[in-house]
Ligand binder design. Sequence first.
Ligand code: GLC
Length: 584
Amino acid sequence: MPADLAHDWWKSAVVYQIYPRSFADSDGDGVGDILGIRQRLDHLERLGVDVVWLSPVYRSPMADNGYDISDYCDVDPLFGTLADLDGLIGDLHERGMKLVMDLVVNHTSSAHAWFQESRSSRDNPRRDWYWWRPARPGHRGGEPGAEPTNWGSAFSEPAWTWDPDTEEYYLHLFDAGQPELNWENPDVREAVYSMMRWWLDRGVDGFRMDVINLISKVVTDQPPGLADGEVGGADGGPIDTMRYGDPGPYVLNGPRVHEYLQEMHREVFAGRPAGLLTVGETPATSIEQARLYTDPQRGEVDMVFQFEHVDLDSGPGGKWDVVPMTVRDLKETMGRWQTGLADVGWNSLYLGNHDQPRCVSRYGDDSPEHRAASAKALATVLHLHRGTPYVYQGDELGMTNAPFASLDDLRDIESLNAHRSMLARGLTHEEAMAAILTKARDHARTPMQWDAGEHAGFTTGTPWLAVNPNHQEVNAAAQVDDPESVFCHYRQLIALRHEEPAVVHGDFTMLLPEHEQVYAFVRRLDDTEVLVLANLSSREVVDPGDLGHGWDDAELVVGTAGRTDSQGRRILGAWESGVLRRRG
Ligand code: GLC
């Protein structure tokens, strides 16, 4: 059967995420655009990826770089035109690749026509498309403490903003410019589904669904219909739950979320030819919940992005409470998800995206000595797990965090808000900056490093966010023809997934779970066994234990698998990684 016709074709696929603002700028305004992407498709084809996930290019005031959408059916002039996007879809299809759009429907921009109507009067037919509530009884609207609930938001302190014209508050779990849509209202849901059908009819191949597990809220009988959250409790995310109530229990994986996703599946995807992909972004989601979201029998989504492994370095105070993490923690988490979704559902595999610091700086060692080897080791481990791997732009080059020095170097609303919030909580500027410079999303958003030239070949103008000065060493031009490069390592891993069914369907057994440096596992399908060995540390490992026993004649398919000393002990160099295969 041609791969396209299998309903689970995405099991052997690799997805590449493009953050359009930072990928390639064709017109010199310093911001990436769709034509820029179209000029760089050779890079993706060479890498061998199957699908492109494009972060939002829709019309937007850009409060959150496009995750605040004011028109779902048009392209923002900053990125080009709808015709450019049609061109990109055509180009990708011609090269045998697919395009998955970002779908941001938990909220719209406050500039969206729906919200403009909704806020125009209390009896507007679209009033109920968003969450409007009166001030807390006994309080004057607009004054601190008058918010309908005590919830904090991710990007702008209280989760409610007062509208003086209609004298009610509206809810936003992110920035004030990102009002929450009210999915309880069936007209909202139908409007979203109809927009999704419009995109599929236009040729896109699926959606990555932004914070899709937030669309159902816990509605109570008591006014205001939503309950206060716990203050001082734990929140894995960016919300300041020391000063605000935690909305988590009332908005994450809410009571109707599965009903909505099943309805969406019926209304949008059912009956269409196979070949589409749906992936939900689901922060704070357990394995049990992920099994429900991704069980094909239930008809919800193909896979979800879980957050446990990217929350390992968050302490009880949330994202900005940075704590150390170990290789053991990473194995424990990743291994549990491998087991948890072994019989039902499917994993998505990622170490980085536009919301996370660069994976080589976070899980690897980005010093010049170890950067390339650690980028390869992390990729080896990730791509050999069972699930669909996602490559975030630039990770295939081993791009690192940026040397940001001050708040002025940053652009992201989340970081700027976090700084304000931490100072309000009594932290010093230095303490706040230490956390922000570790976790800032802008680390992943510096321009793509195409070559060693000015602005890394990203733009002829002034880039919207400074190019990392290490582009002189770390860039695509220096890597694509070098068989030892990070890029060529990624290419081999992607090709291996395409060729070797054991990588796609094989079962997963973690080895040496307690080892502090080595990440090793076996994938097995019928008579094929694949052994993955990686030293995830900057120190050599001598004799990691009963590893690789009986693999002496195995075929080395990617990387290197250590050497044996005179006493027959296996030695893995710093960040050394490899994949071995044996049959029979
Ligand atoms: C998701 C996006 C992130 C955005 C947020 C609000 O987490 O990945 O970039 O800021 O949702 O839309």
